[in-house]
Structures are given as C-alpha cells and as structure tokens.
Design a protein around this ligand. Structure first.
Ligand code: FE2
Length: 264
C-alpha cells in the first residue's frame, strides 16, 4: 500500500516506529542546542524570528547517526532502500517554527509574504527562485523529502501541507518542455512560466491536506509534490521550544532523468 499511495497521492505517513523514536530522542538535544545557539540563530532565523530554517545543520553522517548515536532505521528506511538502494543521507535540515509564523519583517516583498501566508509558501523542491526576477531553474533535485517530527504537534501550529496528486501535474508540465531537450541542458532551461501555470492548476484541482505526526512517526513526500508550511496563528498555543521537524532531502547521484521520470 505504501508505494501505491506515494505514487497516487504524493505523500505517505509511517506509523509509530520504536527505531525512529529512539533516533529522534537521541538527536533532539543536539538539534535543540543548534536551534538555540546564538550564532546559528543569527544565521538561520527568518520572518521576524518565527522560523529557524537550519538547512543541513544537523551533523549526521550518511546513515543518519549523530556523534556515535543510532543510525536511522525502521520501516521507512527499508522502504527507501527498496526505492533508491542503500541509504546515503544528506546533513538534515533542523526546521523550527514559532508562534506567529510568518511574521512580516520586510526582508521579502509584500507579494511574497502574502503568498507565504495565504498559500503556505507552496513550492516544489529543487526549483529555487534565482535573481531579482525570481526565475526558476532546476537546482538541487532531491530524491524525496523525509520529515521526522521531534515534538508533539498541533495541527493548527504550522503543519506541513501537501496538495495531493500535485506531483502528476508538475511532472506532466515539466515533461512537456524537457522531453524534447537533451538532459545535459535541463539545468539552463527557465521553467518559471510552466511552473507557475502548473502550480495554479494544482491549487485548482488538488486537495490541500495538512500532515500531523508525532515523534516516532514520520512522513515521506514525493520529490515533485507541491508542498508548504501553514501559518501559525497567534491564537494557537505555543509549543515549548517551537515546532521542530528534521528533514532529509538527499540528492542521490543527481540524475535528472530519474528526478523527472523515476520509477514512481
Ligand atoms: Fe520544501
């Protein structure tokens, strides 16, 4: 059911797994220390100090182990090995959201802020906006996004949101352009318009769902799924030390043909 569900919906959640909980318990103090370190805060706090972005901030090795601690194991890892071969994780993102996200602090345009607030900053990973005109090129093509919450969640406190089935729309849109172009040139193709059009189609046609998960559970997102982070309204109660999720986003061998077509 896992792969069918991932292929059809673009995301799956894994039930509680003691291996995952052990891992989360082990790395949590390290991750919290990093998120509270003044130098790291200066580097990574955004949106009026309501989001510690923490890209590649966890000092884990490719097995997920931090400082001789446990490797990342469990049903989700077995599942990923079947899909992608032996596990080779990137350094994880330590993402911590605080009440009031996203606060406007003037560092992004009002249009971008409104999009973040009203559309949860919906995006597809691997297509970062570049330059003043925010043109979109393929950049950092991930194999998948794996999210591991370290604290109990409140579904109203900035959950991850996904547009179910959006990866089909995004894939078809990109293929309509890239199928006729040699893969060596894909990085230099401006996908801005096709991406915006596909994103509009996803908003129109796909159901937006919020993912709620507790420590010991985790979720996997399809590499082409449209996703984002919902706001955290001030009226929703705070969570001690914020809402932390650890994300792995390995790039694998960076093969763009697999990124676009893949086996799922
Ligand atoms: Fe993302």
């Amino acid at each position: 059911m896992g792969l069918v569900s991932l292929s059809e919906r673009g995301w799956i959640k894994f039930d509680h797994d003691p291996n995952i909980l052990d891992w989360v318990h082990y790395i949590q103090p390290t991750a919290a220390g990093i998120a509270e370190d003044p130098e790291q805060k200066a580097l990574w706090l955004r949106h009026g100090d309501t989001w510690f972005v923490g890209v590649n901030s966890l000092p884990n090795d490719p097995t997920g182990s931090v400082a001789e601690g446990p490797q990342l194991k469990g049903a989700v890892v077995d599942f990923l090995i079947k899909l992608h071969g032996s596990i080779a994780l990137d350094r994880a993102q330590i993402s911590v959201i605080y009440p009031g996200y996203p606060a406007f602090d003037g560092t992004e345009s009002e249009v971008a802020h409104r999009y973040r607030k009203n559309c949860c900053g919906a995006h597809v990973d691997g297509l970062r906006p570049e330059g003043l005109n925010r043109r979109r090129f393929i950049h950092e093509p991930h194999q998948y996004v794996l999210g591991l919450p370290t604290v109990g969640s409140n579904v109203h406190a900035s959950p991850m949101v996904v547009w179910e089935g959006s990866h089909h729309i995004i894939r078809a849109a990109f293929k309509s352009v890239l199928d006729d172009i040699p893969v060596a040139q894909w990085n230099s193709i401006d996908l801005t318009e096709i991406y915006h059009e596909a994103r509009r189609k996803c908003f129109d046609q796909c159901k937006q769902i919020s993912i709620s998960a507790k420590p010991g559970e985790c979720y996997l997102l399809h590499r082409l799924a449209l996703h984002g982070i919902a706001p955290w309204p001030e009226a929703v109660a705070p969570i001690d030390h914020g809402r932390m999720v650890i994300y792995f986003r390995p790039e694998g061998d960076g093969n763009l043909i697999n990124w676009l077509n893949g086996s799922y």
